[in-house]
Design a protein around this ligand. Structure first.
Ligand code: HEC
Ligand code: HEC
Length: 394
């Protein structure tokens, strides 16, 4: 079932586990997020979870038989159902050699069937595999608060994220990559719709206190307000993905990038200067070693945002039981001799410096028209790009 040497050990784990895993034919409900809502809103989540799962099944189908709610969406070009069918389900080959079940073959061992980042091999990794359901992605040209474009996801799959568990899938064909890209978008949209509906269910509809009469519940087809809520929630999430795909990356003038000694020297001064203050996290000359105590946003959601210390294992017990990963600190990286995870092309580093990294403490620097002590000009950012590139492993 596995074609790559590098992932074969993980695939073996999957094989061993899949024999006793009955959940491959259904999507798990988002237990950890439900628990955060139960705590923050002081409600019981059982009914909301059950009804939202039912709604999601109608919209998106199951891991074996995926569906895509085209009829409810003005823009239908984002996800191709034939791609979903190719990526979903169990691993098999058709007579012409077409592989089916690509997500299970290549990704589930780390990202899990539902895309929660909690596959059987996830606990050994640092950083953990991405939970697609919050809709936040790190490595993209589109912009920090935007979804990645399809091009971003394609190049991510081809490149992998060097220095993390995320492998390169450059040996897959372009059609397989496209199928997987659509499937990631599908899981992410499904997961984000789930989160938003759970929030609506408890904050607006009144789930979680007393049992609701059928006509007030999300699953009553005659409940028009609920049907409208479901459709607008879905459309909002899909629209964000469509926008990122249409916008493409912000164009900074790559012609202004000159990798000279002078530029590296200016970049070095900026790196250690007050405005960019990269040194505050990445250490003098990018050598690391700065002690920071911080976590990524996926971890903060079920810890600090609820007032729970990530080190308080007692308070975390129910979250861990619901499937949350053990919190791991996120460290600013040692840039000296580093392999860059997001790619080292100048354009990517320009985006990284001006946008920061979504989901992490790495901030973006404001881009200003003139040097005013509050941000960096475009040419100063290019100088920093030169400097960062001079540090990395060549
Ligand atoms: C061996 C484990 C492993 C496997 C197998 C794996 N991934 Fe990942 N993946 C990771 C890890 C770890 C990260 C987090 C990297 C980071 O935070 O920088 C990640 C991150 C991602 C991201 C998010 C990138 C971002 O910009 O935030 C996507 C999308 C992704 N993987 C898709 C896939 C797909 C699709 C497959 C199968 C074709 C796959 N992964 C297989 C471990 C894995
Ligand atoms: C508040 C702390 C903080 C500051 C300030 C900061 N960074 Fe970061 N940086 C991080 C963290 C945390 C990561 C690791 C993110 C990850 O890998 O998920 C990171 C990662 C990076 C990376 C690695 C990206 C990759 O593709 O592997 C580069 C390059 C980088 N930062 C450059 C800079 C530059 C240049 C500055 C100054 C303009 C800066 N950082 C300021 C925290 C910071």
């Amino acid at each position: 079932m596995c074609r790559f040497g590098q992932t074969s050990v993980l695939c073996l784990i999957l094989l061993l586990l899949s024999g006793c895993d009955s959940q491959l034919d259904q999507f798990d409900s988002n237990q950890v997020f439900s628990l955060t809502l139960a705590k923050s809103e002081d409600v019981d989540m059982a009914a909301a979870q059950a009804d939202v799962s039912e709604v999601l099944k109608n919209l998106f189908g199951t891991p074996e038989v995926p569906a895509w709610p085209n009829g409810l969406l003005p823009d239908s070009g984002l996800v191709d159902i034939s791609h979903l069918r190719r990526a979903a389900g169990s691993v098999s080959s058709e007579q012409d050699g077409t592989h089916l079940g690509l997500f299970r073959e290549h990704c589930v061992v780390c990202h899990g069937v539902v895309g929660n980042g909690s596959g059987p091999a996830s606990q050994f990794q640092n950083p953990y595999p991405r939970d697609f359901r919050s809709g936040v992605f790190k490595w993209k040209l589109s912009g920090r608060s935007l979804k990645p474009s399809k091009d971003d996801l394609r190049s991510l799959l081809i490149r992998g994220v060097p220095g993390t568990g995320m492998p390169s899938f450059s040996l897959l064909g372009p059609e397989e990559i496209d199928a997987l890209v659509d499937y990631v978008i599908y899981l992410s949209i499904r997961g984000e719709v789930e989160r938003r509906l759970l929030v609506e269910a408890v904050t607006r509809i009144g789930y979680g206190i007393d049992e609701l009469p059928l006509e007030e519940r999300l699953i009553d087809p005659k409940n028009e307000a609920a049907q409208e809520l479901i459709v607008t929630t879905l459309q909002r999430v899909v629209q964000q993905w469509s926008e990122a795909d249409l916008l493409g990356p912000a164009r900074s003038e790559i012609e202004n990038f000159v990798d000279t000694h002078e530029s590296v020297a200016r970049g070095r001064a900026l790196f250690h200067g007050k405005v960019a203050n990269c040194v505050g996290c990445h250490g003098a000359d990018g050598a690391g070693g700065v002690e920071t105590l911080d976590y990524d946003d996926w971890t903060k959601e079920y810890t600090t945002k609820l007032g729970i210390s990530p080190r308080d294992s007692e308070a975390l017990r129910p979250f861990r039981a619901a499937g949350a990963h053990a919190p791991r600190q996120i460290h600013p990286r040692k840039l000296l001799g580093a392999t860059l995870r997001g790619g080292d092309e100048p354009q990517r580093l320009f985006q990284l410096i001006t946008q920061g990294i979504a989901g992490t403490p790495m901030p973006g620097v404001a881009l200003v028209a003139e040097d005013n002590g509050k941000g960096l000009t475009e040419s100063q950012v290019w100088d920093l790009v030169s400097y960062v590139r001079s540090l990395k492993q060549n």
